[in-house]
Design a protein around this ligand. Sequence first.
Ligand code: HEM
Length: 475
Amino acid sequence: MLAAAFDVGERLKRGFEPHPAGFPPGPRGDVAVELLRNPLAFLEDAAARHGGAVALVLGGERVVLVSDPGLAQAVLIDQAADFVKEGTAFFPGTALAGQGLLVSDGDTWRRQRQLANPAFRRSAVASYAAAMAGETRSLLEGPWAGGGARPVYADFNTLTLDITTAALFGTGLPRDQATEVTGAIRTAFEFFSERAASGFVVPEWLPTPGNAAYAAAVTRLDAAVYGVIDRRAAELAAAPAQAPQSLLDALLGARDEGGGRMARRALRNELMTLLVAGQETAAIALAWACALLAHHPAAQARAAAEVEAQLGGERPSAANAGSLRYLEAVVLEALRLRPPAYLVGRCAARDVNLGPYSLPAGTTVLVSPYLLHRDAARWQAPAAFRPERWAGVLAQRGGAAAALHGLGPNGAYVPFGAGPRNCIGTGFAMLEAVVVLASMLQRFRLSPLPGAAFPAAEPRITLRPSAVELIVDPR
Ligand code: HEM
């Protein structure tokens, strides 16, 4: 307790101290309140005033905000060993996800990434496409069937939870188990999402009523998830599946270089990590893409015409999704303008040099995809929604994969991060977005509510929309 009080005193003091020698320029004082008031305007203003690396004190944490493409490349790729996850301030979700792939470092991370990789190979991801299309059809034929005004962001939160759960645990899960697991996940996620929305600065260990309810939801979720893991492990031991039916199967069958399996706790952490990392980000990406299409009817008409020409009434799948180049460009452009992960955090593992700056060990570095994606030196008309700008790179071999290689075609595009810690779910998320949007465009036309402005952003840990309400008209 005393240590915590001391720590709080130290943190408070930090706002009044000058930045260390060799630090980049930046505003004096603790700026957490200004940042939380309007995060996007704050970030843009800080970069405009101070440049591509800005020193900030946030809630007593010493932070460097990076938006210079060369420095971003150094943090994420060239000096990846100097900038680690452990010690990064503001990291969410450890109670839910434990020390899973997203937050671990070094050998623990390497082993987990190696074990998880097979579940994200192109062929494995392709096998989840049926679940993606099937869950989307349930939404479109269920709640959307009559058309009218829909809370699209809320609908996509449920849809991506159903898709990720189906891909993780398999659509073969008996109905009662599926309902139990999905229900527990939903409860835990509601708390998780409220905690995330409450800002960067409420630690998970504080005994607040919200945190206690969150911990109870995680306990319920654990019981459900361990139940599924144990039953599936017993089934596979009795009759090994020819090919993995789900991410869980792939992870249960995974072996590291030494032939070792994943421990039960590590497996649970991995499944939760994938849910935490993959559900909300995907819902946000889909909601922004739909809002952009609704507010840009010409782009929507072109995307719908492409879907009609390439697929007709055929169900979107891994095999035909690659022919939807314009729709892929819509997704890339939505991710550019509204990257769900708009800040990516690291911690200096030791005293390090970053370009011309010296950062003491323990400095948190926040690389900002949002600022990089709007860098006027790298993008023409950066604020405009122009899917056409992706035509050239998508025509190359590799399509979207080429657009997402390294820091992107112009060195300033990182919606899925970059380097060794880039998003393992990139292929999953891109396929999911194209399958969901194509399914939707086959059946519905989207438009804003009469007189409605473009949805406002509500940036917290992710760049979520406040709400996206659209009119969905059956075609
Ligand atoms: C549009 C949707 C998504 C976006 C924008 C997104 C974005 C990102 C970003 C920026 C990172 C890098 C974070 C960093 O460098 O600190 C990341 C990492 C990660 N993502 Fe995603 N993601 C998405 C979907 C998914 C999905 C669908 C999954 C899994 C099903 C997933 C699983 C992960 C995991 C496990 C990591 C950590 C990888 C590691 O550290 O080795 N993500 N994601």
